[in-house]
Design a protein. Structure first.
Length: 215
């Protein structure tokens, strides 16, 4: 597939992932009061309310993630009821990867125009990650774009864009990323933060929409 001029120019400025590069961007993340306070606030909330058997506490956690991470859950109570019914606490503790798709679908929150159920995958990864950051990585558009850019430039893995929205495949891709660039000394959360802040820098919201769909 042809690479656009804008994307080619961006790829030229993307550096090879390394311990030094990640340390640099983790420091930027930690020194940014907005990023760090948001992250710390959510982590503290989830540590105070770690379980998911009472709908009011689930609703509180959803509402905070929805507001601070802009996950666009327009029916927070419906999602809270859905999560309560799933009985996910043990699955989260043991790192069952299927819990992401169980949260993302089956909730009955639908698009008004088409009446089709929304796949709330990005929210589900965030919700799971805040319960177990050693297992559940966070997906969002910045992570997607920078992983595709790293793949194009450094050939660390062979995947399609749609694979990033399958959590098992997403985890495999991240494992390949970590192994290829020898980043095992970093925690999954540090890798998460690096991908997000580096992706946001290289592909800011004002960046022209790119066709990064792969064959």
């Amino acid at each position: 597939m042809a690479v656009t001029t804008d994307l080619r120019e961006t790829l030229e400025h993307i550096k090879k992932p390394s311990t030094e590069l990640i340390d640099k961007y983790i420091k930027l993340f930690n020194n940014d009061l907005g990023y760090k306070c948001t992250d710390d606030a959510i982590n503290k909330l989830f540590s105070v309310f770690p379980n998911n058997n009472e709908v009011e506490y689930i609703l509180l956690k959803i509402s905070v993630i929805n507001d601070l991470y802009s996950t666009n859950i327009f029916a927070t109570f419906k999602m809270a009821e859905h999560i309560q019914k799933l009985d996910i606490d043990r699955m989260l503790r043991v790192g069952n990867l299927d819990v992401v798709s169980q949260i993302a679908t089956g909730h009955g929150i639908r698009r008004k125009k088409t009446n089709t159920e929304l796949n709330l995958y990005s929210f589900a990864t965030k919700y799971c990650s805040k319960h177990n950051q050693d297992i559940y990585a966070i997906y969002d558009s910045f992570v997607e774009k920078i992983l595709i850019a790293f793949k194009r430039k450094f050939k660390f893995s062979d995947f399609k864009r749609t694979d990033l929205k399958d959590f098992r495949k997403f985890k495999r891709i991240l494992d390949e990323f970590i192994k290829h660039f020898d980043l095992q000394n970093h925690s999954l959360r540090e890798i998460d933060n690096f991908l997000w802040i580096y992706g946001k820098e290289k592909f800011p919201p004002s960046y022209a929409r790119l066709n990064t769909q792969n064959k």
